[in-house]
Design a protein around this ligand. Structure first.
Ligand code: ADP
Ligand code: ZN
Length: 240
């Protein structure tokens, strides 16, 4: 037997496969609606952050709505917020999926407004379109989770250029649970991880504004290989 250490862990055998053995099966999750890892099986106290990330059309709002509905069924006190910038589909006062499923929501224009609207009794806070909020949402999510609140944040993790979007990367880092969804690339049918912005049916230029709210008319889900973000001086015809 080889007894040398690997990353401070005594090695019983020479094989790295020892460290990759699947863990023994976990008991069922006590937390409704959460994809639980081992941590939540052991947690004695409520309060954590879940992030639902992915491109447009990847099903983030559907998943947020599903978790909110299950929390309501579990008789939790739930408050749902969304960025005031998103008034698509069912309007400003609800979170709606691209397929038309909705749940009521309070539109907010800052993290500070969420703080002002929070009720003392709230146990679950869900926020859709979190990428549009200011960085104050990071500290707020941490403080709420520390205080025992379940915080669910859904948002597009990359902007139309494929770059990290607003507070999303940091939120994904501080979260206990991160789910990153893919849509279907409308060009090749592969897993889509990019938001293709279109202006008059053509790929939007790299230096256009980061925030431009729109639906099917202005955005497509695409994979990295089919995603196009031309620079000003590029030959546009080669990019279509
Ligand atoms: P998101 O919040 O991530 O923008 P939604 O939850 O609003 O996504 O919508 C997801 C739904 O959008 C899917 O269930 C599917 O019916 C529909 N949809 C439309 N276009 C696509 C696509 N290109 N890939 C996957 N789903 C799509
Ligand atoms: Zn593709």
């Amino acid at each position: 037997m080889n007894t040398e250490e690997l990353w401070g862990i005594p090695r019983k055998t020479a094989s790295l496969l020892d460290f990759l053995d699947p863990p023994s099966p976990l008991p069922p999750s006590p937390v409704p609606g959460v994809t639980c890892g081992p941590m939540f099986q052991q947690a004695g106290r409520p309060g954590w952050i879940e992030v639902i990330a992915g491109v447009m059309f990847s099903g983030k709002s559907e998943e947020l709505i599903r978790r909110v509905r299950r929390a309501v069924i579990a008789r939790k006190q739930v408050q749902v917020f969304k960025s005031h910038l998103d008034a698509r589909y069912a309007g400003l006062f609800s979170v709606s999926s691209h397929d038309g499923v909705t749940v009521e929501a309070e539109p907010v224009d800052s993290a500070e407004e969420i703080a002002r609207r929070l009720r003392d009794t709230t146990e679950v806070v869900a926020v859709d379109e979190a990428q549009f909020l200011d960085d104050g949402i990071i500290d707020m999510a941490n403080r709420l989770a520390d205080a025992g609140v379940r915080v669910i944040l859904a948002g597009t993790d990359v902007d139309f250029r494929g770059q990290p979007f607003g507070p999303m990367p940091t939120l994904m880092c501080i979260a206990e649970v991160v789910d990153k969804f893919q849509a279907i690339c409308v060009v090749c049918g592969g897993p889509a991880t990019r938001n293709q912005r279109l202006v008059n049916g053509k790929p939007a230029l790299w230096d256009s504004p980061i925030i431009m709210v729109g639906g099917r008319e202005s955005y497509e889900a695409r994979c990295r290989h089919c995603h196009r973000v031309p620079r000003q001086d590029e030959d546009q015809t080669a990019l279509l």
